[in-house]
Ligand binder design. Structure first.
Ligand code: FES
Ligand code: FES
Length: 156
């Protein structure tokens, strides 16, 4: 039987009926049409499905939508402000840190969540923050540099 849940996604309130076995990834993508959240492994290993729930990055493939009842969620669609990219997105673009489109939304959300809590992270802290976001292509160096540059720009 479906359960009625309410949550806030990208500053917008939703009230929807969801089956108890549907994941937050599925509901975001299929019911809310927020296709920026990707599903890679579906079992919590890759981080492609990362969204921010109540201030923390989580793997939305591991969260049932009913568990998100009452939560405040940010997906990649909620990071930019209108036509203005978030500083993290801008530095990713400028510094060649956008590699494949599958992992990038999750990387950006893990990075923005880190900088919200820790505006001046060390390289090690950046690497730890994105350690749940797996990349199988060119590696993490440019991503780490872009997050550190975003940190410098956001301090100004
Ligand atoms: S799809 Fe969720 S961690 Fe891989
Ligand atoms: S960013 Fe997707 S595999 Fe590297």
């Amino acid at each position: 039987m479906k359960k009625l849940i309410t949550f806030r996604v990208n500053d917008r309130e939703y009230e929807i009926a969801v089956a108890p076995n549907r994941t937050l990834t599925q509901v975001l993508r299929e019911d809310l049409n927020l296709l920026g959240t990707k599903e890679g492994c579906g079992v919590g290993d890759c981080g492609a499905c990362t969204v921010i729930v109540d201030g923390k990055p989580v793997n939305s493939c591991l969260v049932l939508a009913v568990q998100a009842d009452g939560s405040d969620i940010t997906t990649i669609e909620g990071v930019a402000r209108g036509d203005s990219l978030h500083t993290v997105q801008q530095t990713f673009v400028e510094m060649g840190a956008i590699q494949c489109g599958f992992c990038t939304p999750g990387m950006v959300l893990s990075a923005t969540s880190l900088l919200d809590k820790n505006p001046r992270p060390t390289e090690r802290e950046v690497r730890e923050a994105i350690s749940g976001n797996l990349c199988r292509c060119t590696g993490y160096q440019k991503i780490v540099e872009a997050v550190q540059e975003a940190s410098r720009r956001m301090k100004k």
